[in-house]
Design a protein around this ligand. Sequence first.
Ligand code: DGL
Length: 278
Amino acid sequence: MAWKAIGIFDSGVGGLTVLREIVRVLPQEDTIYLGDTARVPYGTKSPETVIRYSRQIASFLEGRDVKLLVVACNTASAVALDALEQQFSIPIVGVIEPGARRAVATTRTGTVGVIGTEGTIASSAYTKAIKRLNPEVAVVTRACPLFVPLAESGWTDNEVARLTARTYLEGLREEGVDTLVLGCTHYPLLKEVIAEVVGDDVVLVDSAEETALTVAEILKGERLLRPTAERGNHHYFVTDIPAGFIKVGNRFLGGRLGDVYQVNLEDETAEGERADEG
Ligand code: DGL
């Protein structure tokens, strides 16, 4: 029997931080990743637009017969998860709920900070998820849009990154925050600078780690885990030309990408380009 792959999507390269965790927890699984590089960023777009894009991508991945869909993009998870769950019958995992769960389990002061894109913060999705788990927990949120281009440019350890982090995050600790959710795919790359600004005693929660554990749990519960010791295969699709994705993607993945194919979500024709040609 052929085992189906896990489908993962994001607005671009950011979701590779989630893929990396999934591969670490489930090395035997095949994955199909779609990065919507032609239409990134999602964080500044309206919920209606993000829902429309997310539906197109989910249809594409459903057409590739994936057994479970991971919405790696925090913004898409925040605004489109319900719409996807209504339309598609495969299990769908977003990053908000797992991140919220970890934050609630971690906080001792009862005050959690959440940082994300403008879209994620405006949706209040993390605040709602945290309050559902424990209404007593207070939530302080900040949109940090400039962290996205900084992470993509590799500016994660310089004065610009530090000044940006200080401007966004100063005062969080004074508000009692002892746990900070990195509510955007790109923020794990800025972990060190963020820790420097908020202080070592604030625990940083990476939604990607908890999401990978949730994926493993669901696949196990549904008896869909691939029963082999072999390592899985990983396929990548993007909606713009692959070169930029390949260049930045290796850093986000923490390893080398395999073949990356360009796809047109309207007519679904895929043209190949090898990663090592990029
Ligand atoms: N992937 C997005 C997120 O996690 C960040 C980049 C974007 O704005 O599209 O919210």
